[in-house]
Design a protein around this ligand. Structure first.
Ligand code: SF4
Ligand code: SF4
Length: 370
């Protein structure tokens, strides 16, 4: 099995402002080109493209190609489940939307501490075990967004889950927030094959600061910047598939070009990537270490280090859109104060060991993300 999977969450659009306006004619051409080059794995989910990704892949793939010529992965929307009876309802709906009788890979979507507890309580794991026994899914697993400790707990308590889908990319490998590296080690410890999601961090690692990009081009003039991110993930032992959300034929041709005859990163390339990470990190705008000394006393409950981290990433990758979306998600849940809510009391600055001018930077965050 080739290691590149077609992620169906960023499909080509006819209208950039409407995620449901999928360009199905282009998608059909992309699906055909993908299959023609020997790739087989497609990954959709209930909420992608405001619930229209599953129908689009039925029309572009399922109704146009023999069932045995591809592998289709789908995910139970655990976050929408309100009672145990919802599992069979969602699953049936997914079979119908996709027009298939079984899924090759089926995941409990986006587990973390809270959703894991709920999924366990409502019988979600037993539900996927039953699907597997009935032949309605071929392999069962889950996608994961939390700490390595929580992953270890899930894999210890649910040892028959056959694979895990993790966020892995070279810039978050040592990050305490995403814990790419630590989660990878936990999955390896439990002997689980890994599917990698967001290897390009939602597109953010497709455009890098000039110095980082120059290092890559110097080493491999013919390879694209995103190719380094996909190859980094695919080079890791135990990784069975790397998903890339492909939004155009151009992206697909680039990805399939270097993944058709995949060669893992050489020692020289690994050394270059280390320098690239350093160059990206050196371009950090706000030298916040996430020590959180400033957070407890903030009367407006502003998650200062998290907002600084989003701002830094936006600066490092020149991708304002992806980080803005994350900012909006954080603000939306009502648990975090907005950056624009800062009243300038400066208690944070009194506690900051890095002597960061927090008020000034929070103002900048508000300006950029609001
Ligand atoms: S200055 Fe702003 S960010 Fe700092 S503690 Fe006061 S309200 Fe919070
Ligand atoms: S105290 Fe300073 S370094 Fe620590 S999290 Fe707050 S802003 Fe960042």
């Amino acid at each position: 099995m080739k290691k590149l999977g077609f992620g169906l969450m960023r499909l080509p659009l006819l209208d950039a402002s409407d995620v449901t306006a999928i360009d199905e004619a282009q998608l059909c051409r992309m699906v055909d080109a993908f299959l023609e080059q020997g790739f087989t794995y497609f990954d959709t989910a209930y909420p992608y493209h405001k619930q229209t990704s599953e129908g689009a892949i039925r029309r572009a793939l399922v109704e146009r190609h023999p069932r045995e010529s591809y592998l289709l992965a789908d995910k139970m929307p655990t976050f929408l489940v309100k009672e145990p009876e919802d599992y069979p309802k969602f699953f049936q709906e997914q079979l119908e939307r996709c027009g298939v009788e079984y899924f090759d890979y089926y995941l409990l979507h986006t587990l973390g501490r809270d959703l894991y507890g709920k999924t366990k309580e409502y019988g979600g794991f037993d539900f996927v075990r039953k699907l597997k026994a009935e032949g309605k899914i071929r392999h069962m697993g889950f996608s994961f967004h939390d700490t390595a400790e929580v992953l270890d707990q899930i894999l210890t308590e649910q040892p028959d889950m056959e694979f895990v889908q993790l966020q892995i990319n070279y810039i978050d490998w040592d990050s305490e927030r995403v814990q790419s590296g630590k989660c990878y080690e936990v999955a390896r410890k439990h002997g689980k094959p890994i599917i990698v999601m967001e290897p390009i961090r939602g597109g953010a690692l497709a455009s890098l600061p000039g110095e980082a990009e120059a290092l890559m081009k110097q080493c491999q003039p013919g390879l694209s910047v995103p190719s380094w991110a996909v190859r980094f993930a695919a080079s890791l032992d135990g990784v069975m598939m790397v998903l890339s959300g492909m939004g155009s034929m151009e992206q697909l041709q680039d990805n399939t070009g270097y993944m058709k005859e995949f060669s893992p990163l050489s020692e020289e390339e690994k050394a270059v990537l280390e320098k690239v990470v350093e160059a990206i990190q050196n371009s950090v705008a706000i030298p916040c270490t996430s020590c959180r000394y400033c957070v407890d006393g903030c009367p407006e409950n502003i998650p200062i280090p998290e907002y600084f981290s989003l701002y830094n990433r936006m600066e490092q990758t020149r991708d304002k859109g992806a980080e803005k979306e994350k900012y909006e998600e954080m603000v939306k849940d009502g648990k975090h104060g907005k950056a624009s809510g800062c009243i300038g009391c400066r208690q944070c600055e009194e506690h900051c060991p890095q002597h960061i001018e927090v008020v000034q930077w929070i103002g900048k965050v508000a300006e950029v993300f609001a």
